[in-house]
Design a protein around this ligand. Structure first.
Ligand code: UDX
Length: 448
């Protein structure tokens, strides 16, 4: 099928590549000319396993093209996807300016019936707003052309975006139109083999489903972080508690890992937006407000622990930081817990030596040159001359470190672990002090 995707961010680019890969004829449109030029040359702006070869192969096959030409985009696809950003507005609500701008562009250029499919995460009611916008522009042109607006939220995870898109666990489609349903069923048929993954519903329910999914996951994380705080105060071990509750299939093992808080481009933004939506209807979302408050506190906790350990000041101290990305397998640092940690360390007077396997370029872009930050090429290099080590992202290469080397290099022999990567007894066995989340601490050794 001929498909156009507006927006070549995470969702649009991955979706475009995956649709082309099963044989659809995909044209991706973006207003960013530099980005389009890079994509045309096969250069991918994001770090995502498997994406680069997939884009290049489908470009070579002529099934995946990139353009800044919106008119060409509108003409090309029978299905027009909206996959543009919905950044948070000042008040936390989702900013719809990009979504509505594309709606106007579509209405300006369309000359034949179109199905507009919204993949961006947007507040309930946005499909109606898009439809109103298109209708108004068409009326201004004196044109009478049929169109539908469908909600088809995306559930991919960064770092596993290609795999998630190729093998979705559900395909949520919100529309009342039988014709639109038939088109989307045809589009997704290659992803819907063996058993039916398509969940049909009305437009508003589909829009709310996306927020409900992310809010539920964020709730699980804030819940376990709250219990971790309790475990610390009660002398219990959150890792034992986690295994103990996860074994109940009603609870499950996933998304109950305590840590330095959730980050990324989705959870913080979507929880905020859902709170705003609720409040705009006069309804107080008690639970969501608490989920957000717990996470705000959780992202401060690693920094607070380090500063408290040193009695309130980090003057003259150098802290090695392992991990900057908001999670492994991505270079994304949006809302990353590491950013809160670095600010806390700097505010207390520390110097930072940081390493991340993927996000070094991103860190350079965000922080620029500063005297109190050294970006190091390896985890071992970050330890050089540092007093203590802080771990913020659970990259695989940090999981089985050379503890002897850590003990030799760290002047104060302290590890502050925001992801509970190690067995406290093993760390203590190497003569290192260890502070983690929700577990009994191991005091630092007396220095010889
Ligand atoms: C999330 C959703 O998983 C995805 O379905 C949706 O489409 C977009 O938002 P993503 O933001 O890529 O995806 O990351 P995810 O893997 O869900 O992790 C989010 C954050 O939660 C990370 O900062 C991670 O470290 C944290 N997390 C996750 C925990 O702290 N504990 C956990 O148990 C799980």
């Amino acid at each position: 099928m001929k498909v156009t995707i507006f927006g070549t961010g995470y969702v649009g680019l991955v979706q475009g590549a995956v649709l082309a890969d099963v044989g659809h004829d995909v044209l991706c449109v973006d207003v960013d000319a530099a980005k389009v030029a890079a994509l045309q040359a096969g250069r991918i702006p994001i770090h995502e396993p498997g994406l680069q070869p997939m884009v290049q192969a489908n470009q070579a096959a002529g099934r995946l093209r990139f353009t800044t030409d919106a008119r060409e985009g509108v003409t090309h696809g029978r299905l027009l996807f909206l996959a543009v950003g919905t950044p948070p507005d000042e008040d936390g609500s989702a900013d719809l300016q990009h979504v509505l701008a594309v709606a106007r562009t579509i209405a300006t250029h369309m000359a034949a019936p179109k199905t507009i499919v919204n993949k961006s995460t947007v507040p309930v009611g946005t499909a109606d707003q898009v439809a109103d916008t298109v209708r108004t522009v068409l009326a201004g042109r004196g044109a009478q052309i049929a169109f539908e607006v469908v909600s088809n939220p995306e559930f991919l995870k960064e770092g596993a975006a290609v795999a998630d898109c190729k093998r979705p666990d559900r395909i949520v489609i919100g529309t009342a139109s039988a014709a639109a349903e038939a088109q989307l069923r045809e589009l997704y048929a290659p992803f819907n083999r063996n058993h039916d993954r398509i969940v049909m519903m009305d437009v508003r329910s589909a829009e709310l489903t996306k927020y409900a999914a992310n809010a539920m996951l964020a709730t699980k994380i804030s819940f376990i972080n709250e219990i971790a705080g309790l475990a610390e105060r009660l002398g219990a071990d959150i890792e034992a508690v986690r295994r103990g509750i996860g074994s109940d299939p009603r609870i499950g093992y996933s998304f109950i890992y305590p840590g330095a808080g959730y980050g990324g481009s989705c959870f913080p933004k979507d929880v905020k937006a859902l709170i705003h939506t609720a409040q705009s209807t006069g309804f107080t979302p008690e639970l969501l407000l608490a989920v957000e408050r717990r996470n705000d506190a959780q992202r401060q906790t690693l920094g607070e622990r380090i500063v408290a350990h040193y009695g309130g000041s980090l003057q003259g101290k150098t802290i090695a930081v392992w991990g900057l990305a908001f999670k492994p397998e991505t270079d994304d640092m949006r809302e990353a817990p590491s950013r809160y940690l670095l600010q806390a360390l700097w505010a207390a007077g520390a110097r930072v030596r940081a390493h991340d396997p993927a996000a070094m370029g991103e860190a350079r872009r965000i922080f620029g040159e500063r005297a109190d930050l050294t970006l190091c090429e390896s985890p071992a290099d970050a330890l050089q001359g540092a007093h203590a080590l802080a771990i913020v992202t659970e990259w695989k290469i940090f999981r089985v470190p050379d503890f002897e080397q850590i003990a030799q290099r760290l002047r104060d022999r302290m590890i502050f672990d925001g992801r509970n990567l190690y067995d406290p007894a093993v760390v203590a066995g190497h003569g290192l002090g260890y502070v983690s989340i929700g577990r009994p601490g191991v005091s630092p050794p007396d220095k010889a």
